[in-house]
Write a protein that binds this ligand. Structure first.
Ligand SMILES: NC(=O)C1=CN([C@@H]2O[C@H](COP(=O)(O)OP(=O)(O)OC[C@H]3O[C@@H](n4cnc5c(N)ncnc54)[C@H](O)[C@@H]3O)[C@@H](O)[C@H]2O)C=CC1
Ligand SMILES: O=C([O-])CC(=O)C(=O)O
Length: 261
C-alpha cells in the first residue's frame, strides 16, 4: 500500500517513524508527504526517505493508494473531497470535519461514484463497536462522553487553576467551540446517535496529568461504561498517544483478511 500524508505534526511524524523507519505496516510505506512549510517537508523527506510535494494537487497526481489527513479540520475541508475525487482512499484524523452534514453527504456520494473509502479511526477513545452493535436494531438510547484533560491540553491553558467545566452540550456544538480538542465526540456520534443526540462534557482539571475520556451509553443491549486514561503525545499534550496508535492500527487492519469487530 502506497500512502500519502497531509500534515506533518505529531500524528504525521509518529506515522513516518512507525511505518517508514520501524516497518510496523508490512507492505505499506509513506511515499509522499505534504507539509505547509516546504523546509519542514524537505527535512522530514530526508529523515524518513520519502518524497515531499509542494502542494496537494501534485501529491494527488502520484500513484498513492490512500491519503492520510493528519492536519486540521480546515485542511480536511480543503483537501478531503479532492483526495476522493482523485480516486484515492482517505483516512481522516480530523474527524470533526464530518460534523458538517453537507460535507459528509458529499463525501459519501463521491466515495460511491469513485469506488473509494473513507477510514475513520477510533482515535483517543474506544467502545464504538458496542454502539454500532446496539444500533443494528435501533436499540441505542443514550450516549455521552465526559472528557477531562489537564488545562494545558485545552484552550483554557494555565489560566484554569481549579476543576472547571468548560462545556456541556451536544457533540455538534462541542466541535464548533473546540475544533482542536473533541474530534472523539464526532466519531462517537457517527458510530451512535448522531451529533445532535450525543452529549458532551469537557472539563479542564489541573489535578490530572492524563487525557481522560469516559463514555457512557445505554440501550436495549444494556449499559456501557468505558474510561480511557490516555498518556499525551510528548510533543503535543492536546493529542493522546492512543489517537496516533489508532491511525496505525486502522492501516494495519485494512490489509487483513480477517476483520475483527
Ligand atoms: N480523532 C481523534 O481522536 C483525534 C484527532 N486529532 C486531530 O488530528 C489532527 C492532527 O493532530 P496532531 O498531529 O496531534 O496535530 P499537530 O498540531 O501536532 O499537527 C498538525 C500539523 O498539520 C499542519 N497543518 C495545519 N494546516 C495544514 C494544512 N492546511 N495543510 C497541511 N498541513 C497543515 C500543522 O502545521 C501541523 O504540523 C488534528 O486535527 C487533531 O485535532 C487529535 C487527537 C485525537
Ligand atoms: O487526543 C484526545 O484525547 C482527543 C482529542 O484531542 C480530540 O478528539 O480531538
Amino acid at each position: 500500500m502506497k500512502l500519502g500524508l497531509i500534515g506533518c505534526g505529531n500524528i504525521g511524524k509518529f506515522l513516518l517513524q512507525a511505518i517508514n523507519n520501524d516497518g510496523l505496516l508490512p507492505g505499506g510505506r509513506i511515499v509522499a508527504i505534504y507539509a505547509r512549510r516546504e523546509e519542514v517537508a524537505a527535512q522530514l523527506a530526508e529523515e524518513f526517505r520519502t518524497q515531499p510535494y509542494r502542494d496537494v494537487d501534485e501529491l494527488l497526481k502520484s500513484d498513492v493508494d490512500l491519503v492520510i489527513e493528519a492536519a486540521t479540520i480546515e485542511a480536511a475541508e480543503e483537501y478531503a473531497l479532492k483526495v476522493l475525487k482523485s480516486g484515492k482512499d482517505l483516512l481522516l484524523s480530523s474527524i470533526g470535519v464530518m460534523a458538517n452534514s453537507a460535507f459528509e453527504e458529499q463525501s459519501n456520494q463521491i466515495c460511491k461514484l469513485n469506488n473509494v473509502n473513507i477510514l475513520l479511526p477510533s482515535g483517543a477513545i474506544g467502545g464504538l463497536d458496542v454502539l454500532k452493535s446496539a444500533k443494528a436494531v435501533n436499540g441505542l438510547e443514550s450516549v455521552c462522553i465526559t472528557t477531562r484533560k489537564p488545562p494545558n491540553a485545552l484552550p483554557a491553558g494555565s489560566s484554569v487553576t481549579e476543576e472547571t467545566v468548560l462545556f456541556e452540550g451536544t457533540a455538534a456544538e462541542a466541535i464548533k467551540q473546540f475544533p482542536r480538542n473533541i474530534n472523539v465526540a464526532i466519531v462517537l456520534s457517527m458510530a451512535g446517535l448522531g451529533s445532535e443526540k450525543t452529549k458532551v462534557k469537557i472539563i479542564a482539571d489541573p489535578n490530572v496529568l492524563k487525557n481522560n475520556h469516559l463514555i457512557e451509553a445505554s440501550g436495549s443491549f444494556g449499559k456501557l461504561k468505558l474510561e480511557v486514561e490516555n498518556d499525551p503525545m510528548p510533543n503535543n499534550p492536546k493529542t493522546s498517544y492512543l489517537a496516533a496508535l489508532s491511525v496505525l492500527a486502522t492501516l494495519q487492519n485494512k490489509e487483513k483478511s480477517v476483520q475483527i469487530g
